[in-house]
Ligand binder design. Structure first.
Ligand SMILES: NC(=O)c1ccc[n+]([C@@H]2O[C@H](COP(=O)([O-])OP(=O)(O)OC[C@H]3O[C@@H](n4cnc5c(N)ncnc54)[C@H](OP(=O)(O)O)[C@@H]3O)[C@@H](O)[C@H]2O)c1
Length: 249
């Protein structure tokens, strides 16, 4: 595949991401608190998470091991791998969702999403990257790595707090408090957005931007739906709390 072809696929995939963002204003992805029947066969929630996320880990690992990447591209691949190692193999073991299921169609669509996004990024880093050592002293690296690491920490702390709202065998929902929950309903999703924003700034290429567009397309509507759900379930839900971006939205 030539670079021009890769870019064409990216632009088409960005257009599909924007269409998905619009669609998700009207349709709520039926997993987690939004799970409902009528979406076909279901599988275990934990198994669903592993299956959904493993392509993203394996594809980047394959391209990383099978190519001779510069140190900067290797750093990008390793950051991606660390994130997806957690998401694929650690996060599903930590969540307290015993007995919960998710529709297989969600798993299948996430596998497809991850195949394309990881494929585009992995292929670019393996075949077309031209980073030099000076990339490590560029402002894009400093800003991007700050966003990425800050986002990763926010995501980890927030997911940890959410997971531990339930005692081991509980299944219900509670109002999260403390940390960035003081400002937003979904700091875990805010952290994830910050991470991939930072990744796109560091990488400064079209596949990384494409992935950021898709992350926004998934997480902004999800945060809106989570926020509306909290307000509908808890009459004492803090009125000043925003959905995703502190003080703004
Ligand atoms: N890159 C992407 O495009 C993308 C897309 C989706 C998700 N993600 C990431 O995947 C992770 C999970 O996403 P998510 O949307 O499933 O997060 P979530 O709805 O906030 O749930 C996270 C975990 O905490 C539990 N939980 C959440 N709120 C709770 C509450 N108020 N009381 C008790 N338990 C609560 C959930 O249980 P239940 O499952 O039972 O609700 C789940 O196990 C996040 O870190 C997110 O950033 C990334």
């Amino acid at each position: 595949m030539t670079l021009a072809t890769l870019y064409t696929i990216c632009w088409i995939w960005i257009a599909v991401g924007v269409a998905t963002f619009i669609l998700l204003q009207f349709v709520t992805a039926p997993y987690g608190r939004h799970t409902k029947s009528g979406w076909g066969p279901q599988i275990s929630n934990k198994a669903g998470w592993v299956l959904m996320e493993v392509p993203s880990f394996l594809i980047i690992l394959y391209f990383y091991l099978s190519s001779d990447q510069s140190s900067f591209a290797s750093m990008l691949s390793i950051l991606w791998l660390v994130h997806y190692f957690n998401r694929t193999f650690i996060f599903p073991m930590r969540i307290r969702t015993k007995g919960k299921k998710m529709p297989f169609i969600i798993v299948a669509s996430a596998i497809f999403f991850n195949l394309i996004n990881a494929g585009l990024n992995g292929y670019y880093l393996a075949r077309f990257e031209t980073y030099s050592e000076t990339a490590f002293s560029d402002w894009k690296f400093y800003l991007g790595i700050t966003f990425f690491l800050t986002g990763f920490i926010i995501n980890q702390i927030s997911d940890h707090k959410l997971i531990h709202l339930r005692k081991p065998k509980e299944t219900g929902y509670k109002i999260p408090k403390g940390f960035l929950f003081k400002y937003v309903s979904c700091p875990n999703l805010f952290g994830e957005l910050l991470q991939w924003g930072g990744f796109a700034i560091m990488a400064w290429n079209l596949p990384a931007l494409t992935f950021l567009v898709w992350t926004c397309a998934n997480l902004i509507p999800r945060a809106t739906k989570h926020h509306q759900w909290y307000k509908s379930q808890f009459s004492d839900y803090p009125a000043e709390r925003k959905a995703l971006f502190p003080w703004l939205f």
